[in-house]
Design a protein around this ligand. Structure first.
Ligand SMILES: Cc1ncc(COP(=O)(O)O)c(C=O)c1O
Length: 500
């Protein structure tokens, strides 16, 4: 530890100056500590965020406001939107904010892409109730799309019977989880925030975590997974691929090996929501997507469930946003219904999308580097950057503090803690390996990205200039949401709502 002392006259002066320096250091440390505590206590106050199982006395009985119903905890994006609203964000003034927490791609025009459709004809018979698995024509179109894209050379082809249509990713995941039995289900950390709720709500399946780390490029070790299957009796593996939030993807031989586990008694559930958000190093790699469908040998025998979604992969191209398809072992799964329209990807559009998003990724990485924020591992897929804050001075190295400080500059990112899937809230998340991370989305348009990066620059500048003393101050408490406290739950039938 070094203290830089100015020139002094006497021994007592030296003692005094050392004392001052130590006092100053302690003050700084305690200010940094205080900022972390404030940010963490705001997090703890949100419904469902109390740790459970660690210290039973910490369970908040007030959280069970509706008899028999427990708050599941808010997903990262919802918590962050609530915090942003407490800091003045509203949907009316959202253009003044940089929402780099956004889990959706931009929906405006994409350079060099064909125009997006802006109206659709709705025939009268499409207003009928849709079957719960989706209309047959749409299921057929999805099967054909998968066969054309990934299985041209294969004799085993998907048919409409392998496909179910559901109203959104979370709904699809929930339906899949609902049919998983009393088995060990393997998942990895970090991964998509919604798995936390899925794995905690469905109590029959027993979640078994594997922590991925940067040293192994956040890669799932397939050989280790095989050993875990043998030794721990894992029956189901759940993963997003490409992975949110690390932006890494299992592909080629590794993906083939992972799929092969589906022929050896394990069910592999792959959430391929970002299969088109792939950024090749060379021009020849553009225009391709990645899916496990390519490596499935027999679509009716291999136990591989694919969850895909139009919300990201065909954002703005398709007329039924929110729908999602799942190709599964025949008859094994029934998912929620959604009326829809036959579709196919427009390759020119997907190509333009990939080029545009790769340019946005490079732009953000470049600007972060200029700010001294070197990213451990550049994303090769998705539209997220998993930013390690460990090298920043305390308390900015805490993802929750970094997030709160950015809110003051009208910018939203997602604290890393939300990607540490902790279904039963058994571990103390503040010891999490994700605590020193934030996820930055490059889904929004470039102007928004720049506004957010300017805000990051300002937070860093201020931290350098005045140190931690203003951090942790002026954090506005979130209002509790009426919905959390209310017994009035409105369940909307999306099959009808989508037509309204
Ligand atoms: C890995 C992953 N799967 C699925 C979804 C989409 O779910 P939904 O359509 O419910 O927004 C997301 C959204 O962020 C995601 O990151």
């Amino acid at each position: 530890m070094h203290f830089h002392l100015p020139r002094v006259k006497s021994f007592t002066d030296i003692i005094e100056q050392v004392r001052d320096a130590i006092r100053h250091k302690h003050e700084k440390e305690s200010e940094a500590h205080q900022a972390s505590s404030v940010a963490e206590s705001i997090f703890r106050q949100a419904a469902g965020h109390q740790p459970k199982g660690v210290n039973p006395e910490m369970v908040n009985p007030d959280e069970e406001t509706v008899p028999g119903i427990e708050h599941p905890g808010s997903t990262g994006v919802i918590y962050c939107s609530d915090r942003a609203m407490a800091n003045g964000f509203s949907y009316a003034n959202s253009h003044e904010w940089a929402n780099l927490g956004q889990g959706a791609p931009e929906v405006g025009p994409i350079p060099d892409a064909p125009a997006r459709p802006n109206s659709i004809p709705i025939p009268v018979d499409s207003l009928e109730y849709a079957p719960t698995t989706g209309v047959k024509e749409l299921r057929e179109a999805v099967a054909n799309l998968y066969n054309d894209t990934y299985r041209k050379e294969k004799t085993s082809k998907y048919t409409y019977e392998n496909v179910c249509i559901v109203p959104g990713g979370r709904a699809g995941l929930t339906r899949v989880a609902a049919v998983i039995g009393d088995v060990y289900t393997s998942y990895q950390i970090p991964d998509y925030t919604a798995y936390d709720q899925v794995l905690s709500v469905f109590k029959r399946l027993v979640p078994v975590p594997t922590a991925l780390d940067v040293k192994s490029k956040y890669k799932l070790d397939i050989e280790q997974t095989k050993r875990d299957i043998r030794n721990q009796g894992l029956a189901v593996i759940l993963a997003s691929n490409p992975r949110n939030p690390t932006g890494q993807v299992i592909k080629g031989h590794d993906l083939k090996e992972l799929v092969a586990l589906g022929r050896e008694g394990t069910t592999v559930i792959l959430d391929e929501f970002y299969s088109w958000y792939i950024y090749p190093d060379h021009d020849s790699g553009f225009g391709k997507s990645i899916s496990s469908a390519k490596y499935i040998e027999d679509v009716n025998e291999d136990s591989v469930v694919i969850i895909d979604g139009l919300t990201k992969n065909a954002a703005g191209r398709d007329s039924s946003p929110g729908s999602c398809q799942s190709c599964s072992r025949k008859g094994a799964i029934q998912l929620g219904g959604h009326s829809g329209f036959a579709y196919a990807y427009d390759l020119n559009y997907q190509l333009a999308l990939q080029r545009h998003f790769k340019a946005k990724r490079d732009h953000v990485l470049h600007r972060l580097r200029d700010l001294g924020l070197e990213v451990d591992l550049a994303p090769t897929s998705t539209f997220y950057i998993w930013l390690n804050l460990e090298k920043l001075p305390e308390p900015l190295n805490n993802g929750l503090v970094f997030f709160e400080e950015l809110l003051k500059f009208k910018t939203i990112v997602i604290p890393g803690i939300f990607f540490d899937i902790n279904p039963a809230h058994r571990r103390n998340l503040f010891n999490s390996p994700c605590h020193h991370f934030v996820r930055i989305s490059f889904g929004p348009p470039i102007e928004d990205l720049d506004r957010g990066l300017d805000a990051i620059a300002m937070v860093l500048k201020q931290a350098k200039k005045v140190g931690p003393q203003n951090m942790g101050r002026g954090y506005v408490a979130s209002e509790s949401r009426d919905l959390d406290r209310s017994l009035t739950l409105i369940l909307l039938d999306i099959r009808k709502a989508s037509m309204a």
